[in-house]
Design a protein around this ligand. Structure first.
Ligand code: ADP
Length: 474
């Protein structure tokens, strides 16, 4: 059963039960009040008749000093007549509770007589036929006799009133239930709208549309649920895109890797085949063997770099405090012998907390790349400066530069802007990928600015790191 129908049904049942119980108590309360009033009036009537009987008995001339049964009947007959042609219903009984006089139509039972006492008035409701009566009974002292006077008051109308009350209430309840059912249907439909929207969103997502979001139609708990659901969808969508990107990157990596492997291997196999199948002169023999050697070396370098990247991905950093200027001095010494380029080192002294060997690897890669991209004699600047957010290292060259559309891809493994140029420098497109991994470990990233024909600037910011490691001196 639909949730909205359940709400509807529960509301209707609750309303029906509360209307029913409320109506029952209301009508019954009105009925009880009316009946009490009638009982009071019946008691008053009974008292008046008792007094009238006793007075009449005193005024009857008595032959013997006793009230005769005939006199009782006479007084009873007189009392019965209430004028204007209407009759009272009464019964008079003697000391032994035997009836002496009873009005025509008096149908009260004799059980009440037993309950009448000296000071005790009695009454009961009787229902001898289709009518309801209040039967009252009282003791009457007339001269020397003790008699019992019973009256009957017709209260059928009070009961009929109650039945009418119930009927009216029943009809009213049914009418109200029908009207409110229509109203409640729209309310429950409106209340369950967020659920329908969420269900639709869940279905859309299941069918593959991860960008689908449920519309938020309220700001209550359901609205909050929709908000949370949409946030969850957003996270799922992001994760799925991330996973897709990762899978794509892995596929690209495998494709590039096999391609990079194939090129040197083809050459190695080709030259090895020539060497084993033909007798070559010394020079050609040397050239072939040399080709196999250099390509083999390239393969070796490539596999070592790959290994470095894989290790860097799983590496647990152990940073040490060192001076940035010390790092710079080490690089300056390293490149002191390389005279084809003009290296300019300018690092502000500053304490940085890094894994020294790894940051050296990054800077060496960047300087090597700058050399590869520059003409001999050109200037390569290596700078280090303190910034508010950390320490900024930059390697700037005035070489060939990188086209804007390539910038995003050059940190991917095996990506080379100019393949033949890179290979001629023994490159395999792995250097920047390694740098990125190392910087990631340090909570940093590579920033590249480049203009083709003007030069490039590779920089990275080392954020301040709390906690001191061992001091190192280079
Ligand atoms: P490689 O080992 O081939 O140098 P890298 O990952 O270090 O690989 O660099 C990727 C590519 O980015 C290089 O092939 C080169 O085309 C380009 N590149 C890197 N640094 C520079 C630079 N300073 N100037 C111009 N191009 C560069």
């Amino acid at each position: 059963m639909k949730f909205s129908y359940k709400i509807l049904l529960c509301s209707i049942v609750t309303m029906a039960v509360s209307f029913g119980i409320g109506g029952y108590f209301f009508v019954n309360d009105v009925f009880r009040a009316s009946l009490e009033r009638e009982i009071g009036q019946a008691a008053d009537d009974s008292s008046i008749l008792k007094f009238a009987f006793e007075t009449a008995a005193l005024n009857i001339p008595s032959k013997y000093d006793m009230l005769q049964n005939g006199a009782v009947e006479e007084i009873g007959g007189n009392l019965e007549n209430r004028g204007q042609g209407t009759q009272r219903l009464l019964r008079l009984s003697d000391e032994n509770r035997n009836s002496l006089y009873a009005s025509e139509g008096f149908v009260g039972d004799t059980a009440l007589l037993a309950k009448i006492g000296e000071q005790k008035r009695a009454y009961q409701i009787i229902h001898p036929d289709e009518h309801y009566y209040i039967q009252t009974g009282v003791m009457v002292h007339a001269l020397d006799r003790i008699l019992y006077l019973e009256t009957m008051r017709d209260v059928t109308e009070v009961y009929a009133e109650r039945a009418r009350g119930f009927a009216v209430y029943r009809s009213l309840t049914i009418l109200l239930l029908v009207l409110s059912s229509v109203f409640l249907y729209f309310i429950s439909y409106w209340l369950t709208k967020p659920i329908r929207l969420l269900t639709r969103a869940a279905r859309e997502m299941t069918s593959g549309d991860y960008s689908y979001r449920a519309e938020q139609v309220s700001s209550d708990e359901m609205g909050q649920l929709t908000k949370d659901f949409n946030h969850m969808s957003h996270v799922i969508e992001e994760n799925i895109h991330k996973l897709e990107d990762e899978i794509r990157a892995r596929e690209d990596f495998i494709a590039a890797f096999s391609h990079e492997l194939k090129t040197p291997l083809t050459a190695v196999i080709g030259y090895a085949d020539i060497l084993r199948s033909r007798k070559l002169d010394d020079e050609k023999h040397f050239l072939s063997a040399n080709y196999i050697y250099t390509e083999g070396k390239r393969l070796e370098a490539m596999s070592l770099r790959l290994l470095d990247i894989i290790v860097a991905k799983r590496y647990r950093l152990e940073p040490q405090k060192t001076g940035a200027e010390v790092l710079c001095a080490y690089l300056k010494d390293m490149y002191a012998g390389k005279k084809e380029y003009q290296f300019q080192f300018d690092c502000e002294p500053c304490r940085i907390c890094v894994e020294v060997d790894l940051i050296k690897t990054v800077l060496l890669n960047l300087i090597d790349n700058a050399c590869k991209a520059s003409e001999p004699g050109s200037v390569i600047e290596i700078t280090g400066a303190e910034r508010e957010e950390g320490y900024l290292f930059a390697v700037k060259d005035h070489g060939i530069g990188i086209p804007k559309e390539e910038l995003r891809k050059i940190t991917e493994a095996f990506y080379m802007v100019d393949k033949s140029r890179s290979r001629s420098h023994n490159g395999a497109g792995l250097g920047l990928a390694l740098c990125s991994e190392i910087l990631k470990l340090h909570g940093s990233e590579l920033m590249i600015e480049s203009t083709p024909g003007v030069g490039s600037c590779f920089s990275f910011l080392l954020p301040e790191r709390e906690g001191a490691g061992d001091e190192t001196s280079e």
